[in-house]
Design a binder for this molecule. Structure first.
Ligand SMILES: Cc1cc2nc3c(=O)[nH]c(=O)nc-3n(C[C@H](O)[C@H](O)[C@H](O)COP(=O)(O)OP(=O)(O)OC[C@H]3O[C@@H](n4cnc5c(N)ncnc54)[C@H](O)[C@@H]3O)c2cc1C
Length: 338
């Protein structure tokens, strides 16, 4: 699909990328984000949506998912797109225009802000080889439509926030919900763990600590049950299953970014104080970059995103100042532009 050339394309919809998107709009630049995940928020959405953050300016405490919601709202006020499910796998450059290439699309752009955090996330897959052939045919590591599981026997594997959130949310919709975990120590939010324990005590959810997948039982090409192994007693038991949801966290990989002629050290892109990478028109902000004194924090990423975008705007339009002035004076917000 031929897309419009945007001024700035941001790789990554984590906090640094979302703030960069806002900032680009504020500077009057056209922008877009491409992210490998199915929803914005980066590590906050993928790893700790239910945790409080205490060290972001202006919020004595805020849930990670609420900070993401505010960042998305702030970025969205200029109507610039966020393209999810788009993992950047290559960078091309011709006639002064970059093109970021994903598996399904191409995004032409005049400048790039790499805000790729710790790299592109992919759901961690079940280690048992027997599971592999059932991915997409009964085993799903992403839930896009919970209504699809109505009346089904659902087995969730994992002990973190996603596993517990889905155990909680599917109870009452699915015919049954079972939660399998290798231990009885759970990483999920304490309140959700307590809710699922209460549901288990009431017989509404099946909780199987110290168990792991042993075998997939199928009839007529569809999953009908799982054999679970009790890793303490070494025994096996069979439970009904139509759908299996492995919620085992994510693995990340900076992948193609390492091959773009940037200076990469320990999976981090070296930048100077202007967030320049050494390749003209390519900037980096947030956890992906490094420089002397670097702090990997959300607050730091915001500042770096602003610096990167202001430099990118000046690079594309040299007549525009690097320094934007104060937002409280900007005409774009309906204020007097002085
Ligand atoms: C458990 C935990 C708790 C934390 N608590 C705090 C805290 O209290 N305070 C604090 O300041 N920080 C905290 N952090 C750190 C904070 O989450 C990070 O500093 C922050 O997320 C970095 O933001 P980012 O936008 O740079 O990158 P990320 O949040 O990592 O986002 C990067 C995005 O880029 C995308 N991406 C990467 N590669 C590609 C590619 N090739 N193509 C397309 N998309 C790609 C990824 O999918 C991801 O969505 C915590 C981290 C963890 C793990």
């Amino acid at each position: 699909m031929a897309r419009e050339i945007r001024d700035i394309t941001i790789i990554g919809a984590g906090p640094a990328g979302l703030f960069a998107q806002f900032y680009a709009g504020m500077r009057g630049a056209t922008a877009q984000i491409v992210d490998a995940l199915s929803e914005p928020g980066g590590q906050l959405t993928a790893l700790y949506p239910e945790k409080y953050i205490f060290d972001v300016g202006g919020f004595p405490k805020i849930l990670a998912k609420d900070l993401v919601r505010s960042l998305v709202e702030q970025a969205a006020q200029f109507g610039q797109p966020v393209h999810c499910n788009q993992r950047v796998i290559a960078l091309e450059e011709a006639d002064g225009i970059f093109t970021l290439v994903t598996e399904t699309d191409r995004f032409p752009t005049r400048a790039i802000v790499v805000a790729a955090g710790i790299g592109a996330f992919a759901p961690r897959r079940l280690p048992q080889p027997v599971a592999e052939q059932w991915y997409g045919r009964g085993i799903h590591d992403r839930v896009s439509d919970p209504a699809a599981f109505a009346g089904q026997h659902v087995v969730i594997i994992g002990g973190g926030d996603s596993a517990f959130d889905w155990a909680h949310q599917l109870r009452g919709r699915a015919a049954s919900v079972a939660l399998i975990h290798r231990s009885d120590r759970y990483r999920a939010h304490a309140a959700t763990v307590a809710e699922v324990h209460a549901a288990a005590a009431a017989g509404e959810t099946l909780l199987h600590p110290f168990h792991e997948l042993h075998d997939v039982i199928a009839e007529d090409g569809r999953i009908v049950a799982l054999d679970l192994k009790d890793i303490k007693a070494k025994s096996t038991r069979r439970i009904r299953a139509d759908v299996v949801l492995p919620m085992l966290g994510f693995v990340s990989d900076i992948g193609a970014l390492a091959d773009w002629g940037l200076q990469v050290e320990n999976d981090e892109i070296v930048v100077n104080s202007q967030m320049e990478t050494g390749r003209a028109g390519v900037y980096a902000a947030g956890d992906i970059n490094t420089y002397p004194g670097k702090l990997k924090l959300i607050a730091t990423g915001f500042g770096e995103a602003a610096t990167a975008v202001n430099q990118a705007v000046h690079h594309i339009y040299p007549e525009k100042k690097v320094n934007p002035g104060h937002s409280s004076n900007l005409a774009i917000f309906g204020q007097k532009d002085d």
